[in-house]
Design a protein around this ligand. Sequence first.
Ligand code: SAM
Length: 307
Amino acid sequence: GNQASPAPQVPRYVRVNTLKTCLDDVVDYFKRQGYSYQGRAARLEELSSLSGKQFLLDPHLPDLLVFPSQTDFHKDRLYVAGHIILQDKASCLPAFLLSPPSGSHVIDACAAPGNKTSHVAAILKNKGQIFAFDLDPKRLATMSTMLVRAGATCCELANQDFLAVDPRDPKYSKVTYILLDPSCSGSGMVNRLPGEETAPSSERLRALAAFQRKALGHALRFPALQRLAYSTCSVQQEENEDVVRDVLQEHGSAFRLVNVLPSWPHRGLATFPAAQCCLRACPAATLTSGFFLSSVPQWEPPCGAGG
Ligand code: SAM
């Protein structure tokens, strides 16, 4: 029988778009709408005990507000104006952990529909350059509308296969940060349609993992790279820990994983030696949903290398 228990209620996360507004103004706005602000949560448990019109500041992420799960802001004025982005907490982790300094050149390898791109643009304060690639023209069109709404002006979109982007092209010679969020099985998504809950077939997983390994290996060829964040919304070890392990082995000692966000409670699968350096997210352990972020390793060049 089906032993899966119902997904625990996941709160509604609201990312404040600092390209258009600031945390204080958004907090004031919601107070005027009758919500009661509880300040910054000290512990994750506080997020699950929100009720009525209460809201909190997330304990991990600086510009992320947390509301009770049934709250819907899709028609809210701030959402329509691009002042707030309705984005699950797990999907905010890659850009937050990448944290490129303002002025950096960044590649978003598989970018559409662009929630992570606009988050990176906010972290850059629109200073610097994001080269965003995606194969799917429809998704790119949506992304371009979304970026205008979010006020992200530092992005160059290209309908291009990331694997065909030449790392030696002088255009990318200053790319120091890469966000890689490749196509995946989506097995971590909580709000899947009925009948979609079955695990992906092994053929599908093999094909996805082959692409993910290629994309990760390719990303590591950019000569000025200092840090990379790899994420998927899959729970499958084949798409996560295994991809990272295989590609790191191929690249020898040139890159290593670093331990990030030590306060995050849910880490990579213990079968992987560097599990401690990976983050997993799921409704039960981290109260995240809709998007399932299974691992965010980061690479840093060995001492003396890079700039
Ligand atoms: N990062 C996006 C966000 O946060 O909104 C979501 C990205 S989605 C998981 C993966 C994307 O990769 C899809 O839009 C897909 O079209 C794109 N993609 C797949 N293969 C690609 C390739 N070879 N080069 C570039 N993009 C690719």
